[in-house]
Design a protein around this ligand. Structure first.
Ligand code: AMP
Length: 291
């Protein structure tokens, strides 16, 4: 596995690989890797000849009161995990390489960024869209892999790629969960022993939405109320949103028809968690299981 810090070198190395007609898969991350990240690397290994992971804690996607300085940095164990997953290249740039002193150009994110995370974290998706587009320019990959765990983020990236004609395919991979259902996240390490069982409230609320739908409830207001009561019962500290929206536009809906997605953001202790589940009509749900 080659570890590269320099942006000219990563482009040069991969341009060479690409000229050799090899397919390149890209897995962007902020490090503090867990099985969720590694599942993306494994999936990329299946599809592509050469896999590049990036580790960069992107400052422009953090708000002034967010956890940029506290964000976990575990570079040594990240490298060991990527080596085990047989990743071919790891790109670990320094912040001043990515954002030169004069940096002043940002991507104005698409309309799907407006609600939910976009509303609660002003500037977040502007930072995400900007870093992802930069990585797409620096790394001439054929396919980029993202986790469904960050549902709105993938929607933003897909929309950006379509709008700006970026020549890359976006693959979305299923959310990897702990045995009890908690979605893996770099931030889970901040959950205290008391927080950990309460954090499961998000998964329980998502399952409640699906089971209520299975029981014939299609009114979004009722399904959202069921999610909120599950979150309350689990004693999560604060619910930013627990909502059911159109799976493509992320706009609110009145009734669940063909398909919908349930999105939750909630605080447990001082840790903010997000999770989601694609809600399918009962017959489809028994055949699929791609959350
Ligand atoms: P992050 O390091 O949090 O920016 O995440 C890097 C990538 O890993 C993003 O595409 C995330 O959606 C994805 N990811 C994070 N957690 C999970 C998970 N539990 N399952 C699958 N993918 C994940």
């Amino acid at each position: 596995m080659k570890v590269i810090h320099d942006l000219n070198e990563i482009y040069a190395q991969l341009d060479f690989v690409r000229c050799d007609s090899k397919r390149i898969g890209l897995v962007p991350t902020m490090g503090a890797l867990h099985e969720g990240h590694l599942s993306l690397v494994r999936r990329a290994k299946q599809d592509c000849d050469v896999v590049v992971a990036t580790i960069f804690v992107n400052p422009t996607q953090f708000g002034p009161n967010e956890d940029l300085s506290k964000y976990p940095r575990t570079l040594e164990s990240d490298m060991a995990s990527l080596r085990l997953a047989e990743c071919d290249f790891v790109f670990v740039p320094a912040s001043d390489q990515i954002y030169r002193k004069e940096h002043s150009t940002y991507v104005d994110p698409p309309s799907v960024s407006t609600r939910w995370e976009g509303e609660l974290r002003p500037g977040h998706f502007r930072g995400v869209a900007t870093i992802v587009l930069k990585l797409f320019q620096l790394i001439p990959a054929h396919v980029a892999y993202f986790g469904r765990k960050d549902y709105q983020q993938v929607a933003v990236i897909r929309s950006m790629v379509d709008d700006l004609n970026v020549p890359i395919r976006i693959e979305t991979c299923p959310t990897v969960r702990e045995a009890d259902g908690l979605a893996m996240s770099s931030r889970n390490r901040y959950l205290s022993e008391q927080d950990r069982p309460r954090a499961l409230g998000l998964w329980r609320a998502l399952c409640k939405a699906q089971s209520s739908l299975n029981a014939g409830i299609q009114s979004v207001a009722e399904l959202e109320a069921a999610m909120h009561s599950e979150l309350l019962a689990a004693q999560v500290d604060y619910v930013d949103y627990a909502t059911i929206v159109h799976p493509d536009t992320l706009e609110p809906m009145m009734q669940v028809g063909e398909s919908a997605v349930a999105l939750i953001a909630a605080k447990v202790g001082s840790t903010r968690l997000i999770d989601n589940m694609t809600l399918l009509p009962p017959i489809q749900r028994s055949n699929e299981g791609s959350n």
